[in-house]
Write a protein that binds this ligand. Structure first.
Ligand code: GFB
Length: 316
């Protein structure tokens, strides 16, 4: 029998990269309600999976995390608990679970490493989501210890790319900025950016995350999560400048300092992934942004976030 890998969040930023790939089965919301234990048990017992890439989550950017704390906590706890437990019950031996860079403490020594996830409270802006994700790390470690399963987690830094949610208020920063720039250009209005533009982030292209995750699934087997990161910091202002250039926006840019900046920095240590894959070539951000923007402009009418679809139902 051919060995199949289940990918949850199959329409999302990470999961959609596995669509149509040989031996991969991608599930979106339409296939199974992962918040519901019975729905997950029913769907997962209908097929035999050799491995699971668990990329589904209720996600959003800074706005979404601040506006929907209750939903982000509840849904992520339920989704992770159900998927990981049902994978165990249906005898899946190998699973990769997605954590997020926001799991790290706010007040911690830099760079962030796999060792310091639980060493203090996360930043208040996304604490509900962060604690729900931290519990997935606990669940994975517990299952490894008690059941001896090859379950593990990855911690990507800020992911961007096609198939994200481009909602202006609640989306991740890159798709929100692309969508805002598009509207400003099309309507001849100023482009308004949240915060000061000074915060630094490490952006990683979704296609790179998918490639690295596939490697992790087949080759990594440790209690500690593994950070997926370029470890190259870039300011929000620099990202805005690139988007403006690629989208050929000539209008006025305004900075709304009444909007939150979030954490100032979250520099990560990528030495573990570098150690295992020293020759991995990360996509340069300008190239990744260009591809994402080109896809956005071509598919504007049919993508998430451009037609008032709510972030509340999005998946990673
Ligand atoms: O929160 P953050 O790491 O990314 O950083 P996501 C967003 C930065 O971009 C902040 C600024 O400094 C914001 O002030 N910014 C400027 C904007 N304009 C905008 C805008 O229109 N939308 C957004 N969202 N930010 C997530 C976390 O958020 O990052 C998630 O909240 C997750 O929990 C992910 O960990 C990695 O806004 O993309």
């Amino acid at each position: 029998m051919s060995k199949k890998i289940l990918v949850t969040g199959g329409n999302g930023l990470v999961g959609s990269n596995f669509k149509g790939k040989k031996n991969y089965v991608t599930w979106g919301r339409d296939h199974c309600d992962l918040r519901n234990k019975y729905s997950v048990e029913k769907s997962m017992s209908e097929e035999i999976f050799d491995g699971v890439i668990h990329a589904a989550a209720k996600v959003g950017g800074l706005g979404g995390n601040m506006n929907f704390k209750g939903e982000f906590f509840y849904e992520n706890i339920m989704i992770n608990t159900n998927v990981i437990e049902t994978a165990r019950k249906t005898r899946v031996e190998n699973l990769v679970c997605f954590l997020s860079t926001c799991v790290f403490p706010n007040d911690v020594e830099y760079p962030l490493t796999e060792k310091n996830i639980h060493m203090g409270p996360p930043h208040f802006s996304n604490d509900a989501y962060a604690y729900a994700k931290r519990m997935a790390d606990i669940q994975i470690r517990a299952y490894r210890e008690q059941y001896g399963l090859n379950y593990k987690s990855v911690i990507p830094t800020n992911i961007y790319g096609i198939n994200d949610n481009f909602d202006i208020e609640n989306g991740h920063v890159v798709p929100s900025l692309i969508h805002k720039c598009y509207i400003a250009r099309e309507t001849n209005t100023p482009l308004t950016i949240w915060g000061s533009g000074k915060p630094l982030r490490e952006f990683i292209y979704n296609k790179d995350v998918a490639k690295l995750t596939e490697w992790v699934l087949h080759n990594y087997n440790e209690d500690e999560p593994i950070i997926l990161s370029t470890s190259e910091e870039i300011s929000i202002k620099e990202v805005v400048d690139m988007i403006i250039e690629i989208m050929n926006f000539k209008g006025e840019v305004k900075w709304d300092i009444n909007k939150p900046d979030g954490q100032y920095r979250k520099p990560s240590d990528n030495s573990k992934i570098k150690h295992y894959l020293p020759n991995f070539k990360f996509t340069p951000i300008y190239k990744g942004l260009s591809e994402t923007i080109s896809w956005f402009e071509t598919n504007y009418d049919k993508i998430r976030g451009t037609k008032n679809q709510s972030i509340v139902t999005s998946q990673q």
